[in-house]
Design a binder for this molecule. Sequence first.
Ligand SMILES: *Cc1c(COP(=O)(O)O)cnc(C)c1O
Length: 434
Amino acid sequence: MESGHAALVRDDRECLWHPFTQQLGWEAEQPLIVERAQGSELVDTEGRRYLDGVSSLWCNVHGHRHPRIDSAVRDQLERVAHSTMLGLSHPPAIKLARKLVDLSPPGLTRVFYSDNGSTATEIALKMAFQWWRQRGDERRTKFISLRDAYHGDTVGSVSVGGIELFHSLYRPLLFDTLQAEPGDAADMERLLAEHGDEVAAVIVEPLVQGAAGMLVHPPGYLRMVRELCDRHGVLLICDEVAVGFGRTGKMFACEHEDVSPDFLCLAKGMTGGYLPLAATLATEEIYEGFLGRHEELRTFFHGHTYTGNPLACAAALACLEVFAEERTLERLGPKIGLLSRLLESVAELPAVTEVRQVGLMVGIELGGFALEERIGHQVTLDARRRGAIVRPLGDVVILMPPLSMSEQDLRRLVATTAEAIAAATGATALPAAA
Ligand SMILES: *Cc1c(COP(=O)(O)O)cnc(C)c1O
């Protein structure tokens, strides 16, 4: 008789189509099927355990099966699983909005929910565009984004994306965007000087462009972008989908440079990695631009069916409570320091050309490999055999552990990754672990 695992493998190969995955390669490999998880570990259908080295795609915060978040979701399930935000409201959405307004940079007073990061940025783009129209400034229709930017996969968010590999094919479908060099304030200044009065908003990932392979901006860049936007009367959208909720060592990355954007986009870590939920925060000035009598048609005609889902909001509220109760941010500093020290030995591996780190976000760049070698993928497969899940972006191996990962597990994750890189790249001698 076919085992449960074998049947799952067969049906996965016959019925599924995985995201960002070349299915031809997928069907040829053994799939890892996650059945359970606990803390920083994932457990597959055959009982093998793996460190969750990328926080289940950058969204887990306090670990899996956190008792506080588990019980918050269960409690909410006993009340209502879903009720709409269109024309109705519910307690978890209201309480969470209050908390987000209190926690986020000053000036952000309104919370518009959706259910993923792509929509969170798409909503900011549409709001910015509509806001200028309703002010009577119809020239301001353009957006400035950064080369190698990633803001999601829907057509609007891809329009402000700048990753050739993912985005170039769709160019004919997209709206035109002005592209600035990442981290180069002079380039932003030049674009704004030339086009400032046609620009609705600048959109950036603060401090570090995650999907670009952890492209780190120089200190002061975000602050400069804010000042340039102010000088040219342009709105600023900060996409904190990846960097928000403690990833960089502070609750929001904007705090590192005392920046208040006009829009703040949140998703991934918002529910602690439990359920899909996103928010676009806006200032009161933006909000007021949408007020008017019904027949003035200043309404923001946008909203998703599962916008502000109660289970997801309950998880997000519990996630924020855990930040306070476990003093997550205070305890993060030493972990970030430990991770930097551990990475020193990884940087010495012969195939490693650069190691970039911001908080608990790490990109380990491997150099000298052809596209078809899929070196990042080879490292992933090797790390898996050694008990750690990592996922590369091209030839950059990404580490993004849950904020709750213990120092011991951080050591194990980095050591395993170093071993996997050495094995996959054919290096022999490993430098001593820190
Ligand atoms: C992941 C990501 C998104 C898209 O979020 P989804 O929930 O996958 O749609 C947008 N912006 C940034 C910076 C991201 O890292």
